[in-house]
Design a protein around this ligand. Structure first.
Ligand SMILES: [Ca+2]
Ligand SMILES: [Ca+2]
Ligand SMILES: [Ca+2]
Length: 201
């Protein structure tokens, strides 16, 4: 592995992406206290998402532990001053390297997105048919304490822009929207709306 190759940190992120990372920060801030903590935000979310699988065979052996480990790892990675919580500035700053890495090698980044975001898709896809339905997306938003009434309209706007039928989000479309949300600053990218529809300011 060429582990010595460190992607350059860009001087600044595109303003559109900073705006989206801030929205994402607000989405993840389940208890609305302006910081990401395991106890206030991610542990309750992991519990809610794992609970959905009660009585079913989970796609991963110990789903709750996997979710907790993933959230702990991610929050630690973003915690620039190592005080156990992530504020909005740390959250946005942590995306600089992610953004630089994507631009350095988009194909490698897509493999990573397919594994990480794809793994999350699998966690939400309760019937395992490779398509997320509205109740899967609503459960995700509800786990973070957000209202769900606007999800269908928002989803269907993105699906229409991708030329797909309403109410069902296939895995490939999901990965496209995720990539666009995080990395494509163009104002016409359907994925820019990924976290709209849940009443974020
Ligand atoms: Ca919080
Ligand atoms: Ca911190
Ligand atoms: Ca499904």
């Amino acid at each position: 592995m060429a582990s010595s190759v460190n992607p350059p940190e860009p001087a600044s992120l595109p303003a559109q992406l900073i705006h989206r990372y801030r929205r994402l920060f607000a989405f993840y801030d389940r208890d609305g206290d302006g910081r990401h903590t395991l106890g206030g935000d991610f542990e309750p979310v992991a519990a809610r998402l794992a609970e959905r699988w009660q009585g079913r065979t989970t796609p991963f052996p110990d789903l709750l532990r996997l979710l907790l480990d993933t959230y702990r790892h991610e929050n630690k990675r973003r915690d620039g001053n190592h005080d156990g919580q992530v504020d909005q500035g740390e959250f946005v700053a942590s995306h600089r390297r992610v953004f630089a890495t994507f631009n350095l090698d988009p194909e490698a980044a897509r493999v990573f997105i397919a594994r990480s975001a794809g793994g999350f898709f699998t966690v939400l896809d309760l019937d395992g048919d490779g398509v997320l339905e509205l109740n899967d997306l609503a459960a995700f938003a509800a786990a973070y304490g957000h209202p769900t009434e606007g999800i269908a309209e928002n989803l269907n706007g993105m699906l229409a822009a991708l030329g797909l039928p309403p109410d069902r989000l296939p895995r490939e479309a999901f990965l496209t929207l995720v990539e666009q949300y995080w990395f494509d600053p163009s104002p016409g990218a359907p994925g820019r709306q990924l976290f709209d529809g849940v009443g974020l300011a």
